[in-house]
Design a protein around this ligand. Sequence first.
Ligand SMILES: Nc1ncnc2c1ncn2[C@@H]1O[C@H](COP(=O)(O)OP(=O)(O)OP(=O)(O)O)[C@@H](O)[C@H]1O
Ligand SMILES: [Mg+2]
Length: 320
Amino acid sequence: MKSDRKKYRNISIENRIELIEKLFIMHPSFERCFNTIKECHEHSKLSVEPLCALITGEPGVGKTTLCEKYEKMYPRVELEEKTKVPVLVARIPVPATPKNMVTALLSALGDPLADKGTTYSKTLRLFNLLRQCQVEIIIIDEFHHVIDGDSDKVLYTVSDWLKQLINEAKLPIILVGLPHSIKILEANPQLKRRFAMREELSNFKWVKGKGSKRDDNHEETDTDEETASTPETESDNDFKAFLKILDETLPLADNSHLAGAPIAYRIWKATSGNVNRTMKLVRYAAKSALKSSEEKVTNELLKRAYERIFSEDSSKNPFV
Ligand SMILES: Nc1ncnc2c1ncn2[C@@H]1O[C@H](COP(=O)(O)OP(=O)(O)OP(=O)(O)O)[C@@H](O)[C@H]1O
Ligand SMILES: [Mg+2]
C-alpha cells in the first residue's frame, strides 16, 4: 500500500481534489443495510408477496448515499421504446400529500407530465409506468416527511396511499428516514405489518479497549484520551476501522495514521462518530494538505479544518 500511494504525486491537485470529493467508504453497517435492500430485491423475483424494509438513521449517517449507491448498482437502460428502471428512488416531498407523492414518483420515472392530472388518474398512470419501465424495487427517502412538521401528526392519507402502492404494484418497497419515522408505522398497523424488516444506520460509538462498549452520550473525562492512546487494534473499534479505510483511500502520497492514537479519538470527539461530520472534516483537511503541498493529514490541519467548518463549536476544538 505504501509504495502504491506514491502514484498520487503524479496526479494533479485538481484531480486529487475531485477524488477527495468522491470518496466513499463501504463500512459494516452501510453494507448491512445495502444487503437488506438487496435481499428484498432478490426475494421479490422469486416470491409473490414482496419483502419491504424500513431503514432509519440520524441526520448525516449516509441514508441518501445508501439509496444512491443502490440505484447506481442497477443503472437505467435506454431501449428504443422505453427506459428500463430496475431501481426507482424517490423522496417524500414537503408538504407530503398523496398528490405530491405520486408526482414525485412519476417524475423520478421520467414522466414529463408528472404534475398533470388528478391524484386518481396520476396513480393509475404510475402503476402503468411501473410495469412498462420494469421497475423491480422502489426506495423512498425522507419517509419522516409523512409526519407533519408543524403538528407532529402522522399524515394518514399519505401512509394509506403508500399501502395502496404496495398492494397494487406488488413491488418491494424500502422506506428510509429519520429514527422517528417508526411512529408512522406504529400509527398504521396495516403498513407496519408490511415493514417487519428494520435496519439502522447509526453514528459510530467510541469503544474503549476490548469488550468495554460505551455509547456516544457518555461524559468523557481527560482519561479517555489517555486510554485512547493505549495501543488497540483497529478491529476493536468500528470507528477506527472506518478511519483506517478512509486513510488508505485518501489520494495523498503518505499515510496520515488517522486510526492511530490520539488522532482517532480526537476525530471522534470532533464528530461524535457521525459520517457526514467525519467526511467533512477529513475532506477539508486533506484538501488543505494538497493546497499547502503536504502529503498527509496532520493534527494541525485537522485543527484548522475544525475551526473553519465547525466554527460554532470552536471553543471545544479537540485538536488544540
Ligand atoms: N459511506 C460513506 N462514505 C463516504 N462518505 C459518506 C458515506 N456516507 C455518507 N457520506 C457523506 O456524508 C454526507 C451525508 O450523507 P447523506 O446525505 O447520505 O446522509 P443522510 O443520512 O441522508 O442525512 P440526512 O438525514 O440529513 O438526509 C454525504 O454528502 C457524503 O459525503
Ligand atoms: Mg438524506
